[in-house]
Design a protein around this ligand. Structure first.
Ligand code: AMP
Length: 300
């Protein structure tokens, strides 16, 4: 099968109560594709400026990520996001967003991506997400992610995109914002009424819930003692989840449950270091070992 991921490749400036890192590589597409690359060969669609480090491009290549859809704008500056975390890693504040090359970006799906089996619209402007549906030939599975910024600023187009996807990835705050419902179970069910067949409700260090029309699956997060940088946990969850589904080529309830565990596994690696640093050394054997650990964690 094949997985196409559309999203941001970025520079992030991250502040935690303990450390600050200036303009390190991040972005929704970056985290998602790196995580997915442990299961399949993801194809990415994104834009960067000439200032983007060659070393990261080489890391993408080493992980067999297809870069035909990665546009490099000559003389352009890469998208930049700045965020601050408090002592609770589940709470973050956006300090600054510089769109830079994203300002005039219109995603174009290369011909070799058009027959994608799985399409993931990672967090970008929903106006851009909407343009993708017309460029692909009926994927078997479509999924999306978003953030509060778009829920507040572009609710109409966001709801139109939501209506067309099979899976919605959202955290508790985003799902409450979309539905206006405090209770998360009711809020998850409301999202199912807006189009998707499955809602993945991410609850940070408290794990995630998968809501289908006729099932709920709950899984805990890895009991990580030192969360170094929570950025990208959601995107790598989606990458592990969709990468696994692409690898096995099936969407049964059993595979959805396993995919959710692989999503948690990949998110747990991401937060162990700043930015994408953990992916510079992460071995497939470590991914499998943590999956086995998760199995033990929930068996009784
Ligand atoms: P996550 O922690 O999984 O929710 O995603 C964090 C990533 O989202 C960061 O690496 C940012 O570069 C990226 N990001 C933040 N704001 C935006 C935005 N407005 N559009 C696209 N990507 C963004």
């Amino acid at each position: 099968m094949s997985l196409v991921i559309v999203g941001s490749v970025a520079f992030d400036t991250i502040e935690t109560p303990w450390e600050r890192r200036e303009k390190i590589v991040g972005g929704s597409c970056t985290y998602c594709s790196l995580a997915a690359s442990y299961f399949t060969r993801p194809k990415i669609v994104a834009v960067i400026g000439e200032d983007f480090p060659k070393a990261t491009i080489n890391l993408f290549k080493k992980r067999s990520i297809d870069l035909k859809g990665l546009k490099i704008i000559p003389g352009g500056k890469t998208f930049h996001w700045q965020g601050r975390y408090g002592h609770d890693p589940n709470q973050r504040e956006t300090i600054r967003t510089d769109l830079n090359v994203f300002e005039n970006f219109r995603p174009e799906i290369p011909a070799s991506y058009k027959k994608a089996d799985i399409l993931f619209l990672a967090n970008i402007d929903p106006d851009l997400q909407e343009t993708i549906f017309l460029q692909v030939e009926k994927p078997k599975l479509t999924a999306m992610d978003t953030i509060g910024l778009w829920i507040n600023s572009k609710p109409e187009v966001l709801l139109r995109v939501l209506k067309q996807v099979d899976i919605f990835f959202g955290n508790d705050e985003e799902i409450r914002m979309i539905t206006g419902e405090r209770n998360l179970i009711k809020a998850g069910r409301r999202i199912l009424g807006l189009g998707p067949k499955l809602v993945i409700l991410k609850k940070g260090e408290h794990g995630a819930l998968a809501f289908g029309r006729d099932f709920i699956f709950s899984m805990m997060a890895n009991p990580t003692e030192d969360v170094i940088d929570p950025t990208g946990a959601g995107d790598s969850f989606a990458g592990g989840f969709l990468g696994y589904l692409d690898k096995v080529g099936g969407f049964s309830q059993r595979e959805i449950r396993r995919a959710a565990v692989y999503g948690s596994v990949m998110a747990s690696f991401t937060i162990e270091d700043f930015g994408i640093d953990r992916y510079k050394t992460l071995q497939p054997s470590e991914v499998q070992a943590r999956y086995e650990f998760f199995k033990k964690l929930v068996s009784f």
